[in-house]
Ligand binder design. Structure first.
Ligand code: NAG
Ligand code: NAG
Length: 530
């Protein structure tokens, strides 16, 4: 009798009893956007949740079958994978991604909206997703909805249907338009828009451009994008909901947002507790390399260069002259080169260069001989480079890549090149600096130490906040009251107008008094003269 009582007391008396409440929760995850890099974050998160004892049902663009997540993971696979690059080519006339460097940021925004709408519709059309929407039993089936913070807002209606809180994951990290959903003010004076090639220190002209881009996006979302996404939500949720909530309303109900960013890779900016930086979630302790790569890197006594342009930009699509230029420079180096190149039968490959369709990027970067990482500057790759303290040569193409590389250049651990203007001399000089000039390595080591220094490891932090939202059935206590104000109240325009009117009334009263006084004076004088 005593023993169980004591045990029970211990259990309820500690914080752990509370933590256990959220154990074995039923989570619905909707990761329908078929972007390979996005799944680096999703896969890590789902794995961590399942390993923490939760049951996850995932609507997914890619199968996680090879992750072997066991019986607590249920997959609703979207088939076939939606080919959104087809839409990009159709709408913007780009043949391959090397041409995207010529696209404007406004085109990019338009592109994201198009592919967001198309992939959302594609997923919602799937019979298995429809059965989720039309299921008879919805009470108590799920405890939480996990969704991506990326042009997929119609899925938020699932949370409304199942009456569950929402946690979103933002693969791009912080974005300026998030202030609208979290009820805060993001100063465009020092917070650069995610697609602008700026840092947090902007010149006057840059601030003009930054403000325009941020304002343009806010207005475009409100007036152009949301109505379209609302129509998609209405089409698929209309039959089961008497009133489908507006996207603008649903995105303001998000409990917690997990952001793929972390200091010092993101600049200081206003935030709320519900925005949790978990950048680097996809980085695990290094695994052993395949034997050939291990041998190549072990033997690279002069150092090695790792070259990858990520999963979207394919090195094999590179214009031939540029390809020849890279091979020419690589061939003349004492360092060995590992290149992620999709066509392994490349001709005239120098002896010191190894190409592979696929390479375990993070594990390679972890090798002590890797001296330079040539990258397109994607967020996931940049985080890995920083984590393992490898100086970078950036060749950014689009979206946030310019911003990421600018930040790295400013941090003194990268050199960034414009793809179209790379010459043999520029490439040779940049590599030589990154390999031999110790300042780059020293800087990246310092940034790396800061990036790794956290109260809680990123995957643990993500799971903690998800369980927190489940435990408290949402996080309305963290929600900014600013979300319920009118825009003119939010920006204090009513108060400013009030003060201005009082001031104006004061000035008017004063001038009236002066005029009256002078008038009576004049009369007085006139009367005297007469
Ligand atoms: C699946 O989840 C249940 C409930 O949380 C848990 O008891 C069980 O151990 C889990 N099974 C596996 C294989 O992890
Ligand atoms: C090393 O790099 C720093 C930063 O770019 C530069 O100021 C310095 O001149 C370089 N040193 C040499 C010897 O090239």
């Amino acid at each position: 009798m005593q023993f169980p009582l004591l045990f029970g007391l211990l259990l309820t008396g500690t914080l752990y009893s509370q933590l256990e409440l959220a154990e074995g929760s039923k989570i619905l995850a909707v990761y329908a956007f078929p972007g390979k890099s996005h799944f680096m974050m999703h896969t890590a998160l789902i794995r961590e949740l399942v390993e923490s004892g939760h049951q996850v049902t995932m609507v997914t663009a890619f199968s996680l079958e090879k992750e072997q997540l066991g019986s607590n993971y249920t997959e609703i696979l979207i088939e076939p994978v939606y080919d959104f690059w087809h839409d990009v080519k159709l709408n913007f006339g780009a043949q391959h991604l090397f041409e995207l460097t010529r696209m404007t940021n406004y085109d990019f925004l338009k592109m994201l909206e198009i592919i967001g709408l198309k992939t959302t519709e594609h997923a919602l059309r799937q019979p298995k997703v429809r059965s989720l929407i039309h299921a008879e039993q919805k009470e108590g089936v799920f405890d939480l909805l996990l969704a991506e913070q990326f042009y997929q807002e119609a899925f938020l209606a699932l949370a409304h249907l199942y009456k569950i809180p929402v946690v979103t994951t933002s693969t791009l990290g912080y974005e300026n338009h998030m202030s609208q959903m979290m009820g805060l003010i993001t100063p465009w004076s020092f917070v650069p828009h995610g697609f602008m090639p700026f840092t947090d220190r902007m010149s006057f002209l840059e601030r003009v451009k930054n403000s325009y881009a941020s304002f343009y996006e806010d207005m475009d979302r409100l007036l152009n994008y949301f109505p379209k996404m609302d129509a998609v939500a209405r089409e698929f949720f209309g039959p089961v909901l008497t009133e489908v909530p507006k996207v603008k309303h649903m995105e303001r109900q998000i409990s917690v947002m997990l952001l793929n960013s972390h200091a010092p890779l993101t600049t200081a900016r206003p935030t709320v507790d519900a925005m949790v930086p978990v950048g680097g979630m996809h980085i695990y302790p290094p695994k052993p390399l395949p034997a050939d790569m291990q041998a190549l890197l072990d033997g690279a006594t002069e150092g090695a260069i790792f070259f990858s342009l990520g999963s979207n930009v394919q090195s094999k699509d590179m214009p031939v002259e540029m390809l020849r230029l890279f091979l020419q420079v690589f061939g003349s180096l004492k360092q060995r080169v590992l290149w992620k190149f999709e066509d392994e039968s490349i001709s005239q490959l120098p002896d010191n260069v190894m190409v592979r369709k696929w390479l375990p990027q993070a594990d390679i970067l972890a090798h002590r001989h890797v001296k330079v990482f040539i990258t397109h500057g994607g967020l996931f790759g940049t985080q890995e480079g920083v984590h393992y303290a490898v100086p970078m040569l950036g060749i950014p193409f689009y979206c946030d890549q310019h911003l990421n590389m600018n930040k790295a250049v400013l941090g003194g651990y990268a050199i960034s090149l414009h793809f179209q203007s790379i010459t043999e001399e520029i490439l040779r000089h940049s590599l030589d600096q990154l390999i031999h000039n110790v300042t780059y390595k020293e800087n990246v080591q310092r940034v790396s130490d800061i990036f790794r220094d956290r109260p809680l490891e990123p995957r643990k932090s993500a799971v903690y906040w998800i369980e927190y939202v489940i435990r408290h059935r949402g996080a309305s206590h963290m929600r900014s009251a600013g979300l319920d104000l009118n825009w003119f109240q939010f920006y204090l325009l009513d108060v400013i107008a009030f003060v201005a009117i009082i001031a104006l009334a004061g000035v008017m009263a004063l001038s009236l008094a002066i005029r009256l006084l002078m008038g009576s004076n004049k009369k007085h004088r006139k009367a005297k003269q007469n």
